[in-house]
Design a protein around this ligand. Structure first.
Ligand SMILES: [Zn+2]
Ligand SMILES: [Zn+2]
Length: 374
């Protein structure tokens, strides 16, 4: 089967790899129909995730059809349409039983990290009863794919960890896919204001469409000043950090109001300063963590009832054969106006839902070659 394989820092390839097989009785094999690229995959590509060894199939988000199940799997059978959660959970270790499956002793974020992942034609899903979710008939595969990781992450790690209450003034700093997912999810709690900060005009405009009450481009570095002015110097009730950069970490500390909560979603690959000398007196709470994906069933219901639509987060679609180009587009997300990219597996150039014409693909490949040469 074809799969995206990490070959060392700066190198990935679409390669022929062995078809996965059932190892444990609790495993399932899923034929992936759609997968996507995550910011975490970019960090892996740059060599920034030490646990990912060369030779690993990457990707931790996917939807597909169950191909085979082990004798211990009870809730799924071949032919079922499923979401593969980015979190693997045994269900019986101490962390799982405390409700923190993201830190499962035999799982957590392992797909596309310490075991082979979803950017492949087939994936082995351990503890399938906990890691798979049925896709209801009324929900399309593309939208379901947004529940593998980004929407639960925005909701659980941003909004719920931020303890957002109705009437709150919320700021979201960073408008990557997860920041925008937090923007969608925060509206379940009826905040009074949602202020969104970024450096990218396209994503800020999208944030406005998706319900932000104020958008701020911090290119001139005045976001903190503007937010303090907007809140009469009080600062915000909840500051969601969704970029994982020392600069955005600084912004959320400077805008958080008395009694407020900072919820950290961003994945940090470098250290960032925490100014306790400024913050201690304000009675604030800081929370951070990895998504548990335990909200997937609730999110499916809200999508089914029409209260949530993650569809607008999907900006690009590529056939799997062009996955390297898709990585290129995602790496230049600002210029390409990309948020979430769908990779359609087992499709070739020129398929019906490929928005790039063959000429455009050729032009982009030529540009890449010229860039590398020059
Ligand atoms: Zn992800
Ligand atoms: Zn566990």
């Amino acid at each position: 089967m074809q799969a995206v394989v990490y070959q060392g820092p700066g190198q990935i390839a679409l390669r022929e790899m062995p078809h996965p097989t059932l190892v444990e009785a609790t495993d399932a094999i899923v034929r992936i129909t759609k997968t996507t690229i995550c910011g975490t995959d970019m960090a892996i590509l740059k060599g920034g995730v030490a646990t990912v060894a060369p030779g690993r199939i990457i990707g931790h988000e996917g939807v597909g059809i169950v191909e085979a199940v082990g004798s211990g799997v009870r809730g799924f059978k071949p032919g079922d349409a499923v979401i593969v959660s980015c979190i693997t959970a045994c269900g019986s270790c101490e962390s799982c039983r405390r409700g923190i499956p993201s830190n499962c002793a035999d799982g957590g974020w392992v797909l596309g990290n310490t075991i082979d992942g979803c950017q492949a034609e087939f994936v082995r899903v351990p503890f399938a009863d906990n890691g798979l979710y049925h896709i209801p008939d009324a929900i399309g595969e593309e939208v379901a794919l947004m529940l593998s990781d980004i929407v639960p992450t925005g909701l659980e790690v941003g909004v719920m960890n931020g303890d957002v209450k109705f009437g709150d003034v919320v700021a979201i700093v960073g408008t990557g896919p997860v920041g925008l997912a937090a923007l969608l999810a925060v509206q379940f709690f009826s905040p009074a204001e949602v202020i969104v900060v970024d450096l990218d005009e396209y994503r800020l405009a999208l944030a406005k469409q998706l319900g932000a009450t104020m958008i701020i481009n911090n290119k001139d570095g005045t976001a903190v000043e503007q937010i303090l002015e907007k809140t009469n110097g009080r600062g915000v009730d909840v500051a969601i950090e969704a970029a994982g950069h020392p600069m955005t970490c600084k912004v959320v500390q400077e805008i958080i109001g008395i009694g407020g909560t900072i919820a950290n979603i961003g994945v940090y690959s470098q250290s960032a300063e925490l100014h306790k000398e400024e913050l201690w007196v304000k009675n604030i709470t800081i929370r951070m963590g990895v998504v548990n994906t335990t909200t997937i069933p609730l999110l499916l219901k809200t999508i089914e009832s029409g209260k949530l639509d993650p569809g607008p987060l999907i900006t690009h679609r590529f056939p799997f054969a062009n996955v390297l180009l898709a990585y290129e587009v995602f790496a230049n997300a600002g210029k390409e106006q990309a948020v979430k990219i769908i990779l359609n597996i087992n499709e070739g150039i020129g398929e019906s839902d490929n928005q790039y014409t063959e000429e455009k693909l050729v032009e982009m490949i030529v540009q890449q070659v010229l860039q590398r040469a020059g």
